[in-house]
Ligand binder design. Structure first.
Ligand SMILES: NC(=O)c1ccc[n+]([C@@H]2O[C@H](COP(=O)([O-])OP(=O)(O)OC[C@H]3O[C@@H](n4cnc5c(N)ncnc54)[C@H](O)[C@@H]3O)[C@@H](O)[C@H]2O)c1
Length: 337
């Protein structure tokens, strides 16, 4: 396959682009490097620096590939701003970058691109769930502007599928974590700037880069009062993307519109994550409690039964300690010289 990977200079897109290359596919990464890193681009993968909102730039990529007789087979769309907390301060930036700019990409796809797209959606589209584990047909009511910016894209995709036959898979990731163990060991991992995700922040404390970890709220209706989340290893997530592309390819998938949750099906509280990191790193990792943040649901745990059943997806990293072990190897490589 030949695949355009938007946001491939980032954590997840780069991991998937690397997996595509390892499996003998051709990937082209398109990223504005606003949050991605040139030094983390997977080796041997073509890179074009560009802005998602620049419809012409994306169309040119599709047109040039057609002229060379090797058109794209699909698009994996990762490019987005991802910080839910930030989205509650500057929602307009998220609607511009994640929603409006995605429309430019979709227009370019309709004009000259392949009719196959995999979209990085998020558990944040559900908001405060009515039932756990969350299934794909659960109520969609985001509690933060980030989730809404992604849900609006899902709505656009639904209409483009209905009217133009755009085949797409919307993959609703839960909390992605860990580092991929490739043929050369662990060479990449989570590197958000600024970092807002719990596991790298906890590992920062273990490395002495932070004094303590902040727990936002210990008065949630959960057994230890802290928020519960579902952590999925980035390599398991990457596998699901290849399976989704295959599912969209089949003749039976004509006009396909696929929606899958991707999680571990197990929830871990913030305190349990800190405990796991203490076991893995051997560091005491001091924690301090702060007030709740606006827009944080108490519990988000996925049912991934549909992806397991319909895509044949088999997540390998089911233990939190294992996920944190891979993240810890990467974190030390990144910061300890
Ligand atoms: N990390 C998670 O736990 C998680 C959970 C749910 C969903 N997601 C989704 O997965 C996708 C990838 O997340 P990530 O953790 O790899 O984030 P990331 O910040 O590491 O990667 C995103 C990439 O998109 C690029 N980008 C952003 N806006 C762009 C634009 N307008 N034009 C071109 N490039 C642009 C950034 O430079 C960056 O390289 C995002 O769509 C995110 O919403 C992530």
């Amino acid at each position: 396959m030949k695949i355009l990977v938007t946001g491939g200079a980032g954590y997840i897109g780069g991991t998937v682009a690397q997996l595509l290359a390892e499996r003998g596919h051709k990937a082209l990464i398109f990223d504005n490097l606003s949050h991605g890193r040139r030094d983390l681009l997977p080796p041997g993968v073509e890179f074009v620096e560009g802005e998602l909102a620049d419809r012409g730039a994306i169309e040119n990529i599709f047109i040039a590939a057609k002229k060379q007789g090797r058109p794209f087979d699909g698009v994996l769309h990762f490019a987005a701003l991802i910080e839910a907390g930030e989205s509650m301060l500057r929602p307009e930036v998220f609607f511009r970058n994640n929603t409006a700019s995605t429309l430019s990409l979709l227009e370019a796809i309709l004009a000259h691109g392949p009719r196959r797209l995999v979209f990085s959606s998020t558990a944040a589209v559900y908001g405060e769930p009515e039932a756990i584990p969350i299934e794909e047909d659960a109520r969609l009511l985001p509690t933060n502007a980030y989730g809404e910016s992604k849900l609006l894209v899902e709505h656009m995709l639904g209409w483009l599928n209905r009217i133009h036959g755009l085949r797409y898979a919307s993959l609703r990731y839960f909390n992605v974590a860990g580092a991929p163990e490739g043929p050369n060991g662990i060479t990449r991992g989570e590197a958000h700037e600024p970092e807002s995700h719990l596991i790298p922040l906890v590992l920062d404390v273990a490395l002495g880069r932070r004094q303590s970890i902040k727990i936002f709220g210990d008065d949630y209706p959960t057994p230890d009062g802290t928020c519960i989340r579902d952590y999925i290893h980035v390599s398991d997530l990457a596998d699901a993307h290849l399976l989704a592309l295959e599912a969209l390819e089949g003749a039976a998938a004509c006009n396909a519109r696929l929606i899958f949750n991707l999680g571990n099906g197990q929830g871990f509280s913030v305190r349990e994550v800190i405990e796991s990191a203490r076991r893995v790193t051997g560091h005491p990792i001091p924690a301090e409690v702060h007030p709740r943040r606006p827009g944080d649901p108490a519990v988000l745990v996925a049912s991934s039964e549909k992806a397991i059943r319909e895509l044949g997806w088999k997540p390998k990293y089911t233990q939190l300690d294992e996920i944190i072990r891979t993240a810890w190897i990467w974190h030390r490589k990144r910061y300890v010289r």
